[in-house]
Ligand binder design. Structure first.
Ligand code: TPP
Length: 549
């Protein structure tokens, strides 16, 4: 073979990454990965230099969510690796495929107190599916293949490779291992029959669709299943869009910690069909406190053990196949008992479409954003009160058009995530929806976006505080504690990066500003004051709600 022959281990490592079809690596180099960085110069892989390793990990995380292929991030040893870890944990807990790579000191100084040395293999073990240190160049093909295989196999997640600098310099004559696509096994016929029987006999079945449906790309099968059997569908935050919201069976997102319309659907149901549902997102005690409903578990893996998740039948295997086959066998239901829940949500979504109050109500921000964006465009949502509103009220007609971190729920994902989304889908518009606090956690990546010449919009919901925490404090204690701060002038801040800054001074400016920003060739940052008095009003209203079912 012509590309055989002795080469540096760093070069073999890069060949192994190319063999995995890697397009981008997000990261920051350091002194302990000089050979790897140099080898990357001769590669087809594009290295995206970022401004904080956490940004790199979030970029890889969102790239993985959107494409289904592992996103790759890289740091140096010690402080670079500790900076990386939040984004890696976020990917792992939200089941986004990601491979993290860190440099390490030479193996001759790992056994003692030594400059910048931490045991990274051990540190990443708790936030990944697989964590490995390269102790000899001979293991590079196996370790890289295994890291990608595990990251991209259900339940997908993060893996980690530690690459000591002396190993990277060694000579090796080897080639990458062939990449084989793993296949999910077929569901068994008796489980399918039992699930179909339970569903057919149910008085009031309900589907809870989770992020696993997105990962399995099984949204069409889900829509066919729900449509044929006439069963309403609630989705988790991360599964927004798995059923187009215009579908009459769509009930919207479940996951608000307090009661919501959709919870009335869970209360009313006797059989709950969980499809690709990850418990980490929305704990079963929140939707199944009585522990007495019949649960049908349709997923690619066995169910997690949880006292509030007693599975009557588990249909484990390829989710697409399971939905097709159970859907064919089960008897369709009639009518739509939960239509009133859907109607109540829709009337709430519409209620503030013409609201002229200022600061802008969350519902109105969402209305204008949905109006300004095309349905295939992508929102990356940060974590906070704005996420709760977006999850609940931002309509999605397609999956992966509103990315939400909801397992680990780490603030700071939106800006780096938007950069990754734009790199993955240059032809689509991308908006980062973020609180002022989450924005400031990774706003340094604005420089990355500007340098890369990307066009994206950052919409900041400005309340000069940690809004979600304030909401909870007011609910529980009636007074806020240590949640207020001041912000820089976001317009000047944007301009300092070479981005365009907008400030919303009255509500009527929001829609035209969003439209202008979406057309702008470059990065635009919109500072939108938000009226979070609506948070408590929502909790109070839902608290007093009598179920309309
Ligand atoms: C990295 C991280 N730190 C802290 C938290 C806890 N937390 C969740 S939401 C939130 C407040 C977010 O404030 P902001 O970004 O301004 O959004 P808002 O709630 O005001 O919409 C905090 C501190 C978290 N989820 N992630």
């Amino acid at each position: 073979m012509s590309d055989r022959g002795a080469m540096k281990a760093a070069k073999l490592f890069v060949r192994c990454l190319e063999n995995e079809g890697i397009e981008y690596i997000f990261g920051i180099p350091g002194e302990e990965n000089l050979d790897l960085m140099d080898a990357l110069l001769d590669s087809s892989i594009k290295f995206i230099v970022v401004r904080h390793e956490q940004g790199a990990a979030f970029m890889a995380d969102v790239y993985g969510r959107l494409t289904g292929k592992a996103g790759v991030c890289l740091s140096t040893l010690g402080p670079g690796a500790t900076n990386l870890i939040t984004g890696v944990a976020d990917a792992n807990m939200d089941h986004a495929p990601l491979v993290a790579i860190a440099g390490q000191a030479g193996t001759y100084r790992l056994h003692k107190e030594s400059h910048q040395v931490l045991d990274l293999e051990q540190m990443f073990a708790s936030v990944t599916k697989y964590s490995s240190r390269l102790l000899t160049p001979n293991t590079i093909p196996e370790v890289v293949r295994k890291a990608f295989k595990l990251a991209q196999t259900e339940k997908t997640g993060a893996t980690f490779i530690e690459f000591p600098e002396n190993i990277a310099k060694m000579e090796i004559d080897d080639v990458p291992l062939p990449v084989k696509q793993t296949t999910v096994p077929e569901p068994s016929a008796d489980r399918i029959a039992l699930a179909a029987e339970i569903i057919s006999k149910a008085r009031a079945p309900l589907i809870l669709a989770g992020n696993g449906v997105v990962r399995a790309r099984a949204w069409q099968q889900l829509a066919d299943f729900a449509g044929r059997l006439n069963i309403p569908v609630a989705n988790t935050f991360m599964a927004k869009g798995v059923l187009p919201f215009r579908h009459p069976m769509a009930l919207g997102s479940a996951g608000l910690q307090s009661k919501d319309y959709v919870n009335c659907g869970f209360d009313d149901a006797d059989v709950i069909i969980c499809v690709g549902y990850d418990l980490v997102e929305y704990h079963p005690y929140l939707w199944h406190p009585t522990r007495d409903r019949t649960i049908v578990h349709i997923d690619s893996t066995y169910a997690e053990v949880d006292a509030y998740y007693p599975v009557a039948v588990g249909v484990v295997g390829d989710i697409k196949q399971s939905l097709i086959r159970v859907g064919q066998l089960a008897t369709p239901h009639q009518g739509h008992r939960l239509r009133t829940l859907r109607e109540a949500l829709i009337s709430e979504m519409n209620a503030c479409s013409n609201d002229m109050s200022f600061p802008v109500k969350p519902q109105k921000i969402i209305w204008d954003l949905r109006t300004a964006m095309e349905l295939e465009d992508i929102v990356i949502c940060d974590v906070g009160a704005h996420k709760m509103w977006m999850a609940r009220m931002f309509r999605c007609e397609y999956p992966n058009t509103c990315i939400i971190s909801n397992g680990f729920a780490a603030m700071g994902i939106a800006v780096p995530g938007a950069i990754a989304a734009k790199l993955a889908y240059p032809e689509r518009k991308v908006v980062a929806v973020t609180g002022d606090a989450g924005f400031m956690m990774n706003s340094q990546e604005i420089e990355t976006a500007v340098r890369l010449g990307l066009s994206l919009v950052v919409l900041i919901w400005n309340d000069s505080g940690y809004g979600l925490i304030k909401w909870k404090q007011l609910n529980q204690f009636g007074r806020p504690a240590h949640v207020d701060f001041t912000n820089p002038d976001f317009v000047k801040y944007a301009e300092a990066f070479g981005a365009k800054g907008y400030r919303i001074n009255q509500v009527s400016e929001l829609l035209p500003t969003l439209r202008e920003a979406l057309q702008y060739q470059g990065v635009s940052i919109i500072d939108c004051p938000v009226d979070y008095a609506e948070n408590l009003k929502l909790t109070a209203k839902l608290g007093e709600m009598v179920c309309p079912v």
